[in-house]
Design a protein around this ligand. Structure first.
Ligand code: GRF
Length: 199
């Protein structure tokens, strides 16, 4: 991978996927969060610069465009080659995609286009499907709808809870997301089918 490539990871949650990306020694130069969250501690433990662009409104008053502008200002100071969302809890305006076309990736805990949105694991369980999984895709302004780069199935076990199933899906995400990011960067962000070794 080109030595001078730069990745920004965006996170809002526990940061377990971020931790896996750091462990894979990807060239992460900064972590951007939208709120105080454990992912910030994981960034600091990995000696990675952490930038919080606080989202102060979650209701109807939320101004997506101006929040995205604020976030873009912070991101553009670093000017990354790639942005990897890892459990980022804010849907951004199309300005992010316009500025970084095909350069924002996301990992989602279902086999898209099934079970879009924040409750993908719960919704898969409620739908009583036998198999779900995870999807690495290009993030666009439309939630969980961008071009798919890679998908991996995860079986649903009898007695699975949302927590146990999400935990198993995350174990797979931790393996495939770093590999997809690496291949994607190495191919200069080419939307080509990927061959990912699971082990
Ligand atoms: C992952 O399951 C990812 O697919 C979803 O958010 C979760 C992030 O988990 N978008 P964590 O905060 O890294 O543990």
């Amino acid at each position: 991978m080109g030595q001078n490539k730069k990745i920004i990871v965006m996170a809002s949650g526990t940061g377990s996927i971020l931790k896996a990306l750091i462990a894979a020694e990807l060239p992460i130069v900064a972590v951007v969060t939208d709120r105080k969250c454990p992912a910030e501690d994981i960034a600091r433990d990995g000696n990675i610069k952490c930038i919080r662009v606080t989202r102060d409104s979650f209701g109807e008053t939320f101004d997506r465009k101006s929040y995205t502008d604020k976030l873009l200002t912070a991101i553009l100071e670093i000017n990354p080659d790639l942005i990897a969302m890892a459990g980022f809890g804010t849907v951004l305006s199309e300005d992010l995609e316009k500025r970084f076309p095909n350069r924002v990736l996301n990992t989602h805990p279902s086999l898209l286009p099934l079970f879009k949105g924040w409750h993908a694991v719960r919704d898969a369980l409620a739908a009583d499907v036998k198999v779900t999984g995870c999807t690495i895709h290009i993030a666009t302004a439309e939630l969980d709808a961008g071009p798919i780069l890679y998908q991996q199935e995860v079986p649903i076990m009898p007695g699975d809870s949302e927590e146990s199933l999400h935990k198993r899906i995350k174990e797979v995400e931790k393996i495939i997301y770093p590999k997809v990011i690496r291949q994607f960067l190495d191919s200069d962000c080419n939307l080509q089918p990927m061959n990912i070794e699971l082990h």
